[in-house]
Ligand binder design. Sequence first.
Ligand code: ADP
Length: 601
Amino acid sequence: MKDFERKMLPRKSIDTETWFIECYRRHQGHPMKILISLYKGNYHKFVLAVVSFFIKHACVWVLPILTANIINDVTAHNPNTVRNIIFYTVFEGVLIMINVPMNYLYTAYKSLATRYVETGLRKALVRKLQQLSISYHVETQSGRLQSKIMRDVEAVETLSTQMFLNILNIVLNIGVALIVTGSKSKTVLVFFVFAAPIAAVTMVSFRNVMKNKNREFRKEMEETSARVMEMVELVPVTRAHALEDEEVRKISSQLFAVAEKGYQLDVVQALFGSVGWAIFQIFQVICLAFTGYLAVKGSIQVGDITLYQSYFSTVVNQVSAIVTLLPIIAKGVESVNSIGEVLLSEDVEHNEGKEKLSDVEGVFDFEEVGFHYNNSENKVLNQLNLHVEQGQTIAFVGESGAGKSTILNMVIGFHMASEGKVLLDGRDMSQIDLRTYRRYLAVVPQTSILFSGTIRENITYGCEHVTDEELAEVVRAANLTDLVESLPGGLDTAVGEHGGKLSGGQRQRIAIARALIRDPKIIVLDEATSALDSISEKMIQEAINNLVKGRTTFIVAHRLSTIRDADRIAVIADGRCVEYGTFEELMELKGEFYRMKVLQS
Ligand code: ADP
């Protein structure tokens, strides 16, 4: 793998990701220039590919000339005919033999260059996605980003191949055909120049009708596959409500719709396909008649009729290839631009040049903090003031939409205050290199996000050199001992995709263990909303208590019973802290918190 990487990299060592972003920045708005500059350092591979292509293709260009020469020799009773035939045969034979290794070289050079750009673009996109702000990710559907990394890059690769090599192929083919024809007969050249484009454009326009029908058919197929998937997912609900016949009826009508579109496609294909073919043949016949007539008149030699016949078909096919290429080029250009939108996005977290932290205590101050999301004018937080001591646990409660998660996101540094300041140990958070701060932070989100791997891997995510003793301690503190012991593979049991093989409570305790192993100074904990049975709840509560001990902790609590031990509780309403104090103090106050507590119990 390493060898291959070296082979693929450009001659001059450049940092591909930085260079690619630079290409986009320099040539903004000129997709073709961007595309060409991405290949910097790899141009020699293209030159080698072109040379290999020329040699590999020579046998195809030469064969019609040799055929014509042999016919001409035979008809002219040339005494050297036999000697010539032997020479031509050996010559063409050698060219054909060379074709195989040259085709290999051509493909290898072309592929090395295009795969390099493809990989480089994907790497640059992946890195950029890791840098883009969390707001960007929240606002952009993850599917769209995925499609940029996979589909758009693929379209750019196709564009490169088409632009640099197929167009070259076309130009060379047409060029050779026209030059040879022109050198032999100007009249035939004029005929080619007028007749070939007409033939090509007529053929392609018939093909386009087929393409449209094809598109309709594909859309109907996609629709069907989505419906079938939905139907399969719904089977338990359908069965439970005895709606099987209804479902079968719905899908059947969809299947008939597909069949109808399929039939239309078949018929149109048969009709237009044969019309296109017939047009091509008619032009061939016209060419034959025309060159035959010229031969009778003595303007051209008899053998040249076959030469023109084969070159005419080459020119027509190549011109129609150009017309077919246009949509592919348009799609590729669109993809070049679409990748640029991400690579050039300024919505990144800026950490460079900011203060790096080498230690964190965990004292927080919110001073007159106001916040609104970029996409709306509504103030989510409004003149919020809070002071949190080192090691204190502060719980936020309030109605949904009050702004609790927004506060947690500010503690993580995902959002910066629009007004006022958030201070960490007396330092303005907007002036801190957040990457250094987050080494002291652990986040336990509402829905625990596990990746497909073992329990061990999920707990030690991002931490190297964890000893077995440390891990055992964490497993104990997160109340996971019973679970781990009950599994045949212990810590090395795979959790399935997204932790699918575990219960919600178990997943959450793994997330708590993941936080514990980092031994953080600050904890951000968004309590799961899903109802748990009392045993699970007790186990999680114990794990949380172990986690928060001695650490500054921010909790969003949905079950008010779980925050009895919090040092402070802040009731958030309309982006402000409306009540603040210990559990007992707030209960005595008989205000908002008391009302919520009574409602829940
Ligand atoms: P809570 O956690 O208390 O339920 P949030 O902090 O999630 O509340 O949301 C506070 C308000 O901000 C809500 O009105 C919500 O609609 C809005 N909001 C949350 N996220 C975004 C976003 N990415 N863009 C715009 N508005 C948002």
